[in-house]
Design a binder for this molecule. Sequence first.
Ligand code: ZN
Length: 255
Amino acid sequence: MADSRVGLTVTQPDDRGRSSLGCAVWASRRLTSYPVGAVSEIAYSVRRSARARRVRVNVNADQGVEVVLPARAPERAAAAAVAELRPWIERRLGEAESVRARLAERAGTVPYLGETLQLVGQAGRTRVHRVGDRLLVPQEDPLVALERYLRRRARDELVPRLDRATAQAGTTYRELTVRGQRTRWASCSADGRMSFNWRLLLAPAPVLDYVVWHEVCHLEVMNHSPRFWALLESRWPRYRQDRLWLRRHGATLVL
Ligand SMILES: [Zn+2]
């Protein structure tokens, strides 16, 4: 990689392209034909991008279907792209719907490393405070405070795990950054700087452990070669199960 950083990217099982949390997906299939006048019942928006090299379709849980056109592409290329990618778009929209349904099911609660915490709104409260399995949150607009809380907690959960894993592996890391990127769970630079996504706290604890071990193994092998996966298996034997969980449920790790 150009910046000597190996990242664990958010991907969905059937994607051709790269996806991000919240189901934004890059359609990477090359578009060849432009059937003029092809009409689609799929509602979509069109955006022009000076940087786009080719037609791209994003399916996003919140924003729906968006077609990104290179500056000089003809307008009809958008309809053609939607028509050509229709089965894929419909599948992605179905997945987005299922994510929405799962988020609706857990309304009023927040998953935390496998626990279910009840949200209790309190007037006048600004900071989130945990009492047992309840999270006391600001009555109005709790999400900002909740994210701030989880970012703090992420550091507290990650540091002992990283310390333990690197001690066991006989390696060291330099620093830990907690991020909230939509497309990356974690990364490790060649000089040992670690970065983790706070959203991992919404996953079961072994999934967080898996991601920690994944990055710690990158301190020894900076790629995803068979040697890397063999090393990871020796350190975290159940990694396949946790990796699969992340692929299947990653899109639900949102507040
Ligand atoms: Zn990796």
